[in-house]
Write a protein that binds this ligand. Structure first.
Ligand code: UD1
Ligand code: CA
Length: 458
């Protein structure tokens, strides 16, 4: 869609009571203004002019314009929405329609925006304005209409008469118009009003005075035009959004034990018959294949879970790949670079980092496996540690197919344990071990006769 967007994001957001610029506060794990940018990208907008002011540097660093051209315009003093738009005029392309959005209104669907642009395109001399109807319109700009019910203007709450304050159709701030007209209108704005601000909303009356029409449209859902001013509103909108995400997943065949206790902060793609228990947090890009069960309180980040695998309660998995038919947890931690091949099993209090566990291998309890290559059908006993770090460098541990690592063993890397080796419990392995042997490195057991336990002094 050949359209340019202006996003107003210079305001302070003092009611957030935070040092972080308002538009960088996160909803579903993503800065508010990034939602707006991404929505523009989804609707196919090519260029985005972001008006920054408070915390300008932080905002510039805090957003990314992937597949959309992003330019920043600084508004040093916040003299009103009209003044904010004025800052962008130099960079506007006069022959491309302009869509105006707010950086603190994160959840407008891209198809709602596309529809508004379409309404504009049907009458490209007018303005397409997004409005909505509120039972409690206090504070918002009201839409005034003439006898023929056509829009005549917007009057800000503080400038409105008692009668106008009864109007419950309000301005959402979202509009689409012709750019060369916008340049002309904004050039004529003054600040002769109750707040001494340059109101962008005054362009509505200018458009009408020139004999053009203002067409209004409403979003499918109210939350699409809700702005964030307080942390309370942020938390409320977060839940609205999470419920929306949860419902989409359920519609796609995912069983969520409780959609109100589900948090997605990224993208999740699920196969059929996936079950997700309560309080899971899903971040980044997560892929869950068919038949997977995720237990309660599981955190998944940037990972793939293969078909029919089971992730049990309280496991934390990040940048890991789990193949089919695996079982993980409860209380397992899979860190970046973990690859569990099919049919492997990780039990409680096992931490794995940058390691591959071969098909059918197991680490059932209390182990640390780091920088290791573990073959097929290996059994790693409770308390096994790969000593991968010498205080300066990391080293690799290789455990070949069929090995059995007895409980409470330390494998001091770099080290290789051969095929079908049995490591006796409690061993410290410091040298490579050849295939098919029993290796054991513990002090021989001895018995001391007539030994008395100490007794307490009276
Ligand atoms: C504005 C509208 C009002 C509408 C309401 C919807 C005007 C004059 N009023 O009111 O009709 O009902 O939004 O929420 O436009 N901003 C800047 N620079 C400025 C001023 C604002 O970048 O100088 C940005 C803010 O950061 C914010 C957005 O513009 O993202 C809206 O500003 P805000 O102060 O919330 O507008 P309102 O006065 O509430
Ligand atoms: Ca506002």
């Amino acid at each position: 869609m050949d359209i340019q967007v202006i996003i107003l994001a210079a305001g302070k957001g003092s009611r957030m009571k935070s040092r972080l610029p308002k538009v960088l506060h996160k909803l579903a794990g993503k800065p508010l203004v990034q939602h707006v940018i991404d929505n523009c990208k989804s609707m196919g907008a090519k260029h985005c002019h972001l008006v920054v002011g408070h915390g300008a540097e932080l905002v510039k660093e805090g957003v990314i314009g992937e597949n959309i051209e992003l330019s920043f315009v600084e508004q040093k003093e916040q003299l009103g929405t009209g003044h904010a738009v004025k800052m962008t005029l130099e960079g506007l392309q006069a022959d491309t329609p302009t869509l105006i959005l707010y950086g603190d209104v994160p959840l407008t669907h891209h198809d709602t925006l596309s529809q508004l642009v379409d309404i504009y395109l049907a009458d490209p001399k007018g303005i397409a304005l997004m409005t909505c109807f509120l039972d409690e319109p206090t504070g918002y700009g009201r839409i005034t209409r003439g006898a023929d019910n056509l829009v005549t203007g917007i009057v800000e709450h503080k400038d409105a008469t008692e009668e106008q304050r009864e109007i419950n159709e309000i301005n959402t701030g979202i509009l689409c118009c012709n750019s060369s007209q916008l340049i002309e209108w904004v050039g004529r704005l003054n600040n002769d009003n109750a707040q001494g601000e340059y109101y962008l909303t005054d362009i509505i009356a200018m458009c009408v005075e020139q004999g053009n029409q203002v067409t209004t449209a409403q979003p499918a859902y109210l939350y699409e035009v809700e702005g964030i001013n307080t942390l309370r509103q942020l938390a409320e909108l977060e839940r609205v959004w999470q419920l929306e995400m949860a419902q989409q997943l359920m519609d796609g065949g995912v069983t969520l034990t409780d959609p109100a206790r589900f948090d997605l902060r990224g993208t999740l793609s699920c196969g059929s018959d996936v079950v997700i228990d309560i309080n899971c947090v899903i971040e980044g890009r997560v892929i869950i294949k068919e038949g997977v069960t995720i237990g309660p309180n599981v955190c998944l980040k940037d990972c793939t879970i293969g078909a029919n695998s089971v992730i049990k309660a309280n496991s934390v998995i990040e940048e890991a790949t789990i193949e089919n038919e695996c079982s993980v947890g409860p209380f397992a931690r899979l860190r970046p670079g973990t690859l569990l091949k099919s049919d492997s099993h990780i039990g409680n209090f096992v931490e794995i980092k940058k390691s591959t566990l071969g098909h059918g291998s197991k680490a059932g309890h209390l182990a640390y496996i780091g920088d290791a290559e573990v073959g097929e059908k290996v059994n790693i006993g409770a308390g096994t540690i790969t000593c991968n770090y010498d205080g300066a460098n990391k080293h690799k541990t290789i455990i070949e197919d069929g090995a059995f690592i007895g409980s409470d063993s330390q494998l001091v890397a770099p080290v290789r344990v051969g095929k079908n080796v049995t490591v006796g419990a409690g061993s410290t392995i410091t040298k490579d071990v050849q295939d098919d042997v029993l290796v054991i490195s513990r002090v021989k057991q001895k018995e001391i006769n007539d030994w008395k336990r100490p007794v307490k002094n009276k």
